[in-house]
Design a protein around this ligand. Structure first.
Ligand code: FE2
Length: 292
């Protein structure tokens, strides 16, 4: 589908502006960078973790708020970071710290994608939750951090939204021909939200597995030597969309890629069963997905 000359935006011009916005995107707080480095070590003292967080009271408050939210489900409320780490363990605690860093931005209106306040946050948590449930369900999938890439998969929308809004007419025109929204984004803007999300995470020095999972969350069959995080994020996003939790502007196709199902060892009839289960999880999750 070709746009007329008048309709065709100056792609390089737009791309330059997008890249400028990516490079000026706020850095990840130092506390998170240090915590992620600590994850690589053994025998970490809890005091070391609380000492790192002490310098960022805003982040600390957000972490405690999230730790006590229904979704993360600590049985009794925690009032200190020390208790939160003790209850959650360092891995889960670090995931919550990352979530606390992005929650404010994800909880607002995301223009260009018609996402009202809270929608991207709820979708991101739903995809994370589904991804973790899939890992538990499939015995052949080794334990890995699927929570973080699933949570951050649509991060790029935070940057790309304003550009999508400006070119919405052109993108919509292409998408109306049956082209997936993210492909239409790329045709008009020269990039898409998956690519931009990956660039933000690279800028934040995230591990390459997490970056890859975000970069290819719409087309994991294009990545070779995948470590399954990408497939899990792709499938979880698709399952949530199929259950009505997702961006209506995104891909209309909820038929899973057979390449991905094969890689995960899921047969089509099993996929249908999983879809039913996710639909039930979605209803249960609905109450706990709210930020407060
Ligand atoms: Fe997406």
């Amino acid at each position: 589908m070709e746009l007329s000359k008048e309709e065709r935006p100056a792609k390089n011009d737009i791309l330059g502006k997008i890249m400028l916005k990516v490079s000026s995107f706020p850095s990840m707080p130092q506390a998170v960078v240090k915590l992620m480095a600590l994850l690589e070590q053994k025998d970490i003292a809890i005091d070391e973790i609380t000492r790192i967080m002490r310098h960022d009271p805003g982040l600390t408050a957000n972490v405690l708020k999230l730790s006590n939210s229904a979704y993360f489900g600590i049985p009794s409320k925690v009032g200190t970071l020390k208790h939160a780490v003790m209850f959650l363990g360092l891995k889960r605690f670090t995931q919550i710290v990352v979530a606390a860093c992005v929650s404010d931005n994800m909880d607002r209106t995301i223009e260009g994608y018609d996402l009202p306040p809270g929608e991207l946050w709820r979708h991101s948590i739903a995809v994370s939750s589904t991804a973790e449930a899939l890992v538990k369900l499939k015995k052949n999938i080794t334990t890995m951090d699927v929570f973080t890439p699933a949570l951050l998969h649509d991060m790029g929308k935070l940057v790309l939204g304003t550009f999508v809004k400006k070119e919405f007419h052109n993108i919509k025109k292409i998408a109306a021909q049956g082209v997936p929204f993210e492909v239409a984004e790329n045709m008009v803007l020269g990039t898409d939200h998956a690519e931009i999300g990956a660039q933000i995470l690279a800028h934040w020095s995230f591990p390459s597995d997490v970056i890859d999972a975000v970069r290819w969350h719409h087309n994991p069959e294009r990545i070779k030597n995948s470590k399954m995080q990408t497939e899990i994020v792709y499938l979880s996003n698709l399952l949530c969309q199929a259950c009505g939790n997702g961006d209506s502007a995104e891909s209309k196709s909820i038929i899973p890629s057979t390449v991905v199902l094969n890689r995960l060892g899921i047969k089509l009839d099993e996929y249908e069963i999983i879809l039913n289960k996710v639909s039930i999880w979605m209803n249960k999750l609905a109450d706990s997905l709210a930020f407060d």
